[in-house]
Ligand binder design. Structure first.
Ligand SMILES: Cc1cc2nc3c(=O)[nH]c(=O)nc-3n(C[C@H](O)[C@H](O)[C@H](O)COP(=O)(O)O)c2cc1C
Length: 357
């Protein structure tokens, strides 16, 4: 990719300086999806990738970090849940392995953030509201990703276009815009809104390096904008996803059926993460406190990770959960990360040239 010096400098921001990536494009931590192949693919293409550690047993995270290192020499990050059992084990692995950045969202833990920062790890929380971004900055964030309502998975209600500029005005640290990005025009728009980069989940899910099985990926390719809905059926919190057979049943299902499903998924989560019952209960109460959840929502919390695995790993898109940004409705290809990043950067360059002409 060749750029004129001025266009190149428009794409060099505090985010590229802090993260050490050529372009201000981040690949977000997506459970079961942001695995070593995708993270390395994104980084080798010039973006900055986050390994999703929330769906890996904590004592296996270090091996996955090493797997990323075998596939790329570039810096990358690890995204994890600071209030989940084993968060300290993951933070130690991040520090020991010299990982460039740590991503987190709900329940930032001041002690863990200090520990990471003292070790030189760049702290990159994701927030869905301006007041959370202000709090995240006070807790030590170096870069803040703000995810607008168009974004996939758990999401807020403020559109990306409104959230980005408001957050950029409210904090000093660089903002990265997330929710609805897929191309170079979006990157330039985000820069115009005051962001210093974009973060994409769904667009990276739909790449060659994404581990998502073909049957599940086809649902993303086929989805139109109205098929990507916001539902609280999984755990009582708003989540953006592609509507499927499971969600339609859950939206009309009895509370008892939902409860039985949640209990079964809590046991599967326990088996798969190696967490003890008491750790899960403590983590459940921490979530309840931090996210102001009801008892019913707390009990349903295991649904999202386990149901996502059924779609994203097991390849059963009818019975699993399909977290997705609205942007899936306008994406119908599966390029390599390299082709994707080249395309975004050259489109951003052309857009900047056109605007500056
Ligand atoms: C399949 C999928 C899985 C996700 N899993 C997680 C996760 O485990 N933890 C998290 O913090 N965010 C998760 N997210 C949210 C993304 O990290 C990101 O913030 C969001 O996808 C950005 O919006 P976009 O999809 O419009 O690009 C997920 C999103 C998707 C699409």
């Amino acid at each position: 990719m060749t750029e004129s010096p001025s266009l190149k400098s428009a794409l060099q921001t505090r985010v590229t300086d802090l993260l050490g990536s050529p372009y201000p494009i981040l690949q977000t931590g997506m459970g079961w999806v942001a695995k070593p192949e995708l993270v390395a693919g994104a980084c080798n293409a010039g973006a900055f990738g986050f390994l999703a550690a929330a769906t890996i047993p904590p004592n296996e995270v270090e091996a996955e970090i090493l797997a990323v290192k075998r596939l790329t020499q570039k810096p990358f990050g690890v995204n994890f849940l600071m209030d989940a059992p084993g968060a300290d084990v993951i933070a130690e692995a991040i520090i020991r392995q010299g990982v460039r950045a740590a991503g987190y969202n709900r329940a930032p833990n001041a002690g863990l953030i200090t520990k990471l920062k003292d070790a030189g790890v760049v702290c990159v929380p994701t927030c869905g509201a301006v007041k959370h971004a202000v709090k995240a900055e006070k807790l030590g964030a170096d870069i803040i990703i703000v995810q607008g309502g168009e974004g996939g998975g758990h999401t807020g209600s403020v559109p990306t276009s409104l959230l980005t500029s408001a957050a950029a005005d409210a904090v000093e640290v660089p903002i990265v815009a997330a929710g609805g990005f897929r191309d170079g025009r979006g990157l330039v728009a985000a820069l115009a809104f005051g962001a210093e980069g974009i973060a994409m989940g769904t667009r990276f899910l739909m790449t060659r390096e994404s581990p998502v099985p073909d049957a599940t990926l086809q649902r993303y390719i086929d989805a139109q904008v109205p098929d990507v809905i916001l539902s609280t059926a999984l755990d009582g919190l708003p989540q953006r996803m592609i509507a499927n057979e499971l969600i339609r049943e859950l939206e009309h299902g009895s509370p008892l059926r939902k409860l039985l499903m949640a209990i079964r998924n809590a046991f599967i989560l326990r088996r798969e993460t190696g967490a003890t019952i008491s750790e899960l209960i403590r983590s459940g109460f921490a979530m309840r406190r931090n996210q102001k959840l009801s008892n019913a929502q707390m009990i349903l919390a295991a649904n999202a990770p386990i149901l996502a695995r059924i779609a994203m790993s097991d390849g059963n898109p009818a019975r699993g959960y399909l977290p997705s940004g609205t942007v899936a409705g306008v994406i119908d290809d599966r390029p390599s990360c390299d082709a994707l990043i080249s395309r975004i950067v050259s489109e951003a360059e052309q857009t900047l040239t056109r605007l500056c002409a």
